[in-house]
Write a protein that binds this ligand. Structure first.
Ligand code: B3K
Ligand code: ZN
Length: 871
């Protein structure tokens, strides 16, 4: 495929003011009649013909202002419809096409899931429903009539408000008519038809407008939608208070489907969700599932303003809606739960997904400047790093400045398709700040490496901080410039308290330094004793930071830092130092400082259990590998990490046991943050206590498994058991399967747990699991849970020296590419950090990628990932 370039952007030649769709649902021949009010764009290229996008459509007829068009007047291919004859500057084009939703395995456009009809149009799926200028800067007002067999699809939904419904005389069919008054791009179109149960509720906006809410689920699953509904109402209220944004239609519907390429989709007034992010009950969903539902429900709802009311001019601006909306959902969850714990979890995700991406061949800027397949750019960089950039903006501008900028952005661009420049201009104008240097965060890829060196001058009572920043070359970008780093900091005195910050003779009102140069020094004065530096508090900038802090300093920070994130980070830093040396030398250094810091955290009664669980969890294998960065041997990483876990478990056996017992409760399950935090610490203790696999410890895990009244505790016990090759594991896995065989979302947990067993037999186990009737290559959740979890969550087995793990993934990717390229491409991106592996494994991964690259007939999606990974 030819690359699309940001620099080539041109405004559309034709606009579509209104779209009238008439969709008559049929399993294999759905008829779509579209009436487009086309108007020449005064800002577009003059004389350009009307060219509409299509993808796999069967054309029936074309009419212009009511008159049928003869074959010679237009040219139709499956990819486009072009009007040959010159036309007036305004006219109505009527196009009738047929599509086959049952044959649609790509899950883009109109398809079927469990027999129900649903759509996915972002990024370019609308063209698989009808011919259309399928680009986000063409905004139209839609009226949609949906018709179907009443028995097959008693529920018929589309965007906006319901205008009318009724039977189609003498046919057994019925229809609904929906109108969405808000102009929107085609990617926000949605339609649903099927046999679904409505969970109803309502909401009154702060200006008093009543909104009818509905969550549609498969009949029988109604009770599992109540948490999602509660999260929706909290989200609606939060956007009013935090950002002053109200909902703007009379209805808001969510539909849960079980076949979905990603998490969910923010279609105007009709969100469509992967049912994984809607359905929950204490018996079937973990605390993490509840938190995931809360954040995805919020995310999609928040898109109503950041994405729908203000949309993107082109797909290069994707972070304009995604980075901003992730930031908004993270803020929401922080307000609903513990802010520090949420921040720690978000940074863990950022590092695991985005730092890894940015360190490998798939690295790209938050706003890419070229793409071959846009679906491959719904990445951790666009989403998570995009959110970090917005967070930095807030740190720089302060609460009020940030809010003023957001208000200006929304007010100025409501109804527009905007750009990153528009976004930054709103903040610059609202606050008077020059953001031209800051804008580099959108264009430059790679994670800045920052070195901070602190030195205390006793005679001068001053502390000098030297900061250096450097960004290594990334694919397609060899030259890097210094970026603007807002670094929140503290200087901690011997008593553990933050010292007043005096910089350049004046007190700092905000504890933030702004680094703009490659090298910069800051001298803080008036310090009576040597302070310990706490830099990048709250992870204020998304950087790789190294400091000259000693192990002793880190132990001190772990105990005293007023910033909980840096307390956590000090613990992680101590562990990473040990793990890096251990993996390199094959022998773990003395871990006493970490053990003592961990003991203090574990026994500190003032700390939140959820925080403790985060601080005491060792960095994962992938994170350790990323820190090592070159010639990584996953087996060495695994062995060292296991060894350190054993050291901690042994040294802290008593307090871990006490923690476990003290957190044992008989109160009924509640998914709230406090209760979830207690469970997370108790289950972390269980994991440590079981690390030696003594029969006593295994028995404790078995007991928890059997007695659990909720999925969090049952699954945590199963996860612990799965790590040890004992008969108890076999028994528990079999029991879990029997209990939940009819519950696909729970079976996903069972699949993914087994895919992550770090043992030789796992690849064979995974292959065997693909043959079970509960598994299906056509369901994205199943594929991700089994194959995705193996590739991303089991480094020793995926990167087996024999190359079998790599070959397995490639076989799956090539098999899946014919039916669902998006999911196949996503799986293939598991090779994204292959260059950091030791030479033999690196060569094996490269051969595997080459095998993909030379395969004829690849989808654009998979070809793009293969080529970029090898570049
Ligand atoms: N905007 C959608 C993602 C669409 C992905 C298309 N390949 C969900 C979200 O980010 O909210
Ligand atoms: Zn989004």
């Amino acid at each position: 495929p030819v690359p699309v370039r940001l620099a080539d952007y041109r405004p559309p030649a034709w606009l579509v003011d209104t779209v009238d769709l008439d969709v008559s649902l049929h399993p294999t021949a759905t008829r779509v009649i579209s009436r487009l009010a086309l108007r020449r764009n005064p800002e577009g290229a003059a004389d350009a013909p009307v060219v509409l996008d299509g993808d796999g459509l069967t054309l029936v007829r074309v009419a212009l202002d009511g008159a049928p068009l003869a074959g010679g007047a237009y040219e139709a291919t499956p990819q486009s419809l072009t009007l040959r004859a010159p036309t007036a500057d305004r006219f109505v084009l009527e196009v009738e096409t047929l599509v086959n939703p049952t044959a649609n395995t790509r899950l883009m456009g109109l398809y079927r899931s469990s027999g129900n009809y649903c759509t996915q149009c972002e990024a370019e799926g609308f063209r698989r429903i009808t011919y259309f200028p399928d680009r986000p800067d063409v905004l139209s007002v839609y009226t949609v009539r949906v018709e179907a067999d009443r028995a097959e699809a008693p529920v018929l939904l589309s965007n906006g408000n319901l205008e009318r419904n009724g039977p189609v005389a003498d046919t057994g069919r019925h229809y609904t008519i929906w109108h969405d008054p808000w102009p929107k791009p085609a990617y926000l179109f949605a339609l649903v038809g099927g046999n679904l149960s409505k969970v109803p509720d309502h909401f009154v906006t702060r200006s008093g407008r009543p909104i009818e809410l509905g969550i549609y689920v498969e009949p029988g699953k109604e009770s599992r939608a109540s948490y999602a509904m509660d999260a929706l109402k909290r989200s609606m209220r939060w956007d009013e208070t935090a950002f002053g944004r109200e909902y703007d239609l009379d209805v808001f519907n969510i539909v849960a489907v079980s076949d979905f390429n990603m998490g969910a989709m923010e279609n105007k007034g009709l969100n469509i969700f992967n049912d994984k992010y809607v359905l929950a009950s204490p018996e079937t969903a973990t605390d993490a599932d509840y938190a995931g539902i809360e954040s995805v429900i919020a995310h999609e709802y928040f898109h109503n303003w950041s994405g729908n009311r203000v949309t993107c001019r082109d797909w290069f601006q994707l972070c304009l809606k995604e980075g901003l909306t992730v930031f908004r959902d993270q803020e929401f969850s922080s307000d609903q739960r513990s802010r520090p714990v949420k921040r720690i979890a978000d940074v863990r995700t950022l590092k695991a997904a985005q730092f890894t991406e940015d360190a490998g061949p798939l690295s790209h800027p938050v706003r890419p400047d070229t793409y071959r397949e846009i679906n491959n750019f719904y990445t951790a960089t666009v989403y998570e790093k995009g959110a970090e950039v917005v967070r930095m903006l807030k740190t720089l501008l302060g609460e009020d400045g940030f809010r003023a900028g957001m208000d200006l952005y929304y007010d100025r661009h409501d109804g527009d398709a905007a750009t990153i420049e528009d976004f930054l201009a709103a903040f610059a104008e609202a606050t008077g700040r020059d953001l031209s240097h800051f804008a580099l965060w959108y264009a430059q890829s790679g994670t800045p490496r920052v070195t901070a060196t602190g030195a205390y001058d006793e005679a001068a009572r001053s502390f000098r901080l030297d900061v250096r920043q450097e960004t290594a070359p990334t694919s397609g970008q060899s030259e890097k410039k210094p970026v603007m780093l807002p670094l929140t900091l503290g200087l901690i005195g011997p008593d553990g308290a933050d010292q007043p910050l005096t910089l350049g003779g004046s007190n700092m009102p905000h504890p933030v330094i702004e680094v703009t140069e490659a090298e910069q020094s800051f001298v803080f004065t008036g310090l009576d004793a040597r302070p310990v530096l706490s830099l990048n508090r709250g992870f204020s900038a998304p950087i790789n930071l190294s400091t000259n802090l000693s192990d002793e300093d880190l132990v001190f920070l772990a105990a005293h830092d007023a910033d909980p994130f840096n307390r956590f980070d000090a613990m992680q830093g101590l562990a990473l130092r040990l793990l890096k040396t251990g993996a390199a030398e094959g022998r773990l250094p003395d871990a006493t400082p970490l053990v003592e810091a961990a003991r203090r955290v574990l026994t500190d009664t003032t700390l939140d259990p959820a925080f403790k669980a985060q601080a005491l969890a060792l960095p994962g294998e992938n994170e350790i590998a990323r820190e090592i960065a070159t010639d990584v041997n996953p087996d060495a990483v695994f062995t060292t990490r296991r060894a350190l876990r054993a050291v901690l478990a042994e040294a802290l056996a008593a307090p871990l046991g006490e923690t476990y017992d003290a957190l044992t409760t008989t109160s009924p399950y509640s998914p709230d943050a406090a209760a979830a935090g207690r469970r997370s610490l108790r289950n972390l203790a269980l994991d440590y206590l079981t690390s030696g696999a003594t029969s006593e410890a295994i028995a404790r895990a078995q007991a928890q498994y059997g007695a659990a009244d909720n999925m969090t505790d049952r699954f945590a016990a199963l996860a612990v058991l799965s790590q040890h090759d004992t008969p108890a594991r076999t028994e528990a896995l079999a029991d879990f399967y029997r209990r939940f065989v009819n519950d696909p979302l729970v079976i996903d947990k069972w699949l993914s747990l087994q895919a992550q067993i770090p043992e030789e037999g796992t690849l064979e186990r995974v292959k065997a699991l693909t043959l079970l009737p509960v598994f299906s290559m056509s369901n994205p959740n199943r594929v991700r849970s089994l194959v995705g979890a193996f590739a991303v969550g089991n480094p020793t087995q995926f990167h087996r020296a024999s190359g079998e793990g790599h070959n397995f993934l490639v076989d799956v990717v090539l098999g899946l590419d014919a039916t669902n390229p998006q999911v196949a491409a996503r799986l293939l991106s598991a090779f994204k950090s292959f260059r950091q592996l030791e030479p033999a494994r690196r060569a094996s991964a490269e051969r595997a990628l080459q095998r993909v690259a030379v395969t004829p007939g690849l989808s654009a999606d998979v070809a793009d990932i293969a080529i970029r990974s090898l570049s």
